[in-house]
Ligand binder design. Structure first.
Ligand code: ADP
Length: 314
């Protein structure tokens, strides 16, 4: 339903999307996960036709966006990151506007607008102005505007930014309902728990490049049966790392140090609890001490840290 093949987008010297390739099918949610500035919006804007790619090919519902842009755009619904509503037009008029823009008319338009208003939980606020809505209500209406013409491919750019918990959960339900109706959805986020909850498969991107791709299970499997061990306390720079790495070599255990600071060290390894005493020993040998430990199973945040050496939320 959506094919992105080797997409490159440059702004002057900056390569904001650097060889992005993925396919997404009907009735699935594909996630683009990455920190701010990774290139997620750039990718979405190239798919929606808002930005011309520097190179690469994109096809939407079988239509090449370069040669058949009009048909490609008709198959697309876009929910932009920045809320795009007419604040002084009643909610219902915002939906009518977008419905008409995509060719809906008459009773078909009216029926669909009523259906979407109910679907986004604004049935009783149809005549109210978005400027008087809460952030969550605006997000829901923004979403409604993106789906009013029943697009086959739906692009959602960080749709939960600035949204309260209740509206967030409502948005998730709405997104899942679109998926169940057969839409192909691309969902960008820098919240790994959203990607884990919603996406059938996803790509992790950083500095415009895809650094991992697969289902959540496949990506987790890249980490193997590893624990993430976080130590708090006092850790002399460099020597702590050397001492833990020496322990790994000596005992033939595969230890990856994910981050190291004066007051915390995070590492991944198998059977971490078994080696805790040896790790404490390695830290104290270089004059450090451990005051607190936490052990957890790996998640996408860990994978990002392992692949890039930095936190996803930076
Ligand atoms: P994300 O959506 O993942 O936060 P973006 O796609 O917005 O990332 O940005 C990717 C990179 O491209 C960033 O370094 C950003 O500063 C840069 N960028 C985005 N838009 C423009 C633009 N219009 N001109 C120049 N640089 C841009």
């Amino acid at each position: 339903m959506l094919v992105v093949d080797n997409l490159v987008k440059q702004y002057g010297d900056l390569v904001a999307a650097d060889g992005i390739s993925f396919k997404a099918g009907k009735g699935t949610i594909f996630g683009l996960l990455g920190p701010n500035g990774a290139g997620k919006s750039t990718t979405i804007n190239c798919i929606s036709g808002l930005l011309p790619p520097t190179s690469g090919h994109i096809s939407v519902a079988g239509h090449n966006i370069a040669t058949d842009g009009k048909a490609a755009r008709r198959s697309l619904g876009v929910v932009p990151q920045d809320i795009a509503l007419y604040e002084d037009l009643p909610a219902i008029e915002n939906l009518r506007y977008w419905g008409k823009a995509y060719g809906l008319r008459g009773q078909v338009l009216e029926d669909r607008v009523s259906e979407v208003l109910a679907h986004v939980g604004l049935g009783d606020r149809a005549r109210d102005l978005p400027k008087n809505f809460s952030g969550g209500m605006k997000r829901r209406l923004n979403f409604g505007c993106g789906i009013v013409h029943r697009p086959e491919v739906l692009l959602l750019d960080e749709p939960t930014v600035g949204v309260d918990l209740q509206s967030r959960s409502k948005l998730f339900d709405m997104i899942e309902a679109e998926r169940d109706n057969g839409a192909c959805i691309v969902y960008t986020t820098h919240y790994m728990e959203e990607a884990e909850r919603l996406c059938d498969s996803l790509a992790i991107i950083d500095h415009g490049k895809m650094i991992a791709q697969g289902t959540v299970e496949e990506l987790r499997a890249q980490l193997g049966a590893r624990d993430v061990l976080q130590l708090s306390g006092h850790f002399p720079a460099e020597s702590t790392k050397n001492s833990i790495e020496a322990l790994g070599k000596r005992s033939n255990i595969d230890i990856d140090i994910l981050s190291e600071e004066e007051d915390s060290v995070t590492l991944t390894m198998s059977s971490a609890s078994q080696y805790l005493p040896a790790i404490f020993q390695a830290v104290s040998e270089v004059g450090g001490n451990v005051t607190e430990t936490s052990l957890r199973s790996p998640n996408l945040e860990t994978l990002f840290l392992l692949l890039t050496g930095k936190e996803l939320r930076e």
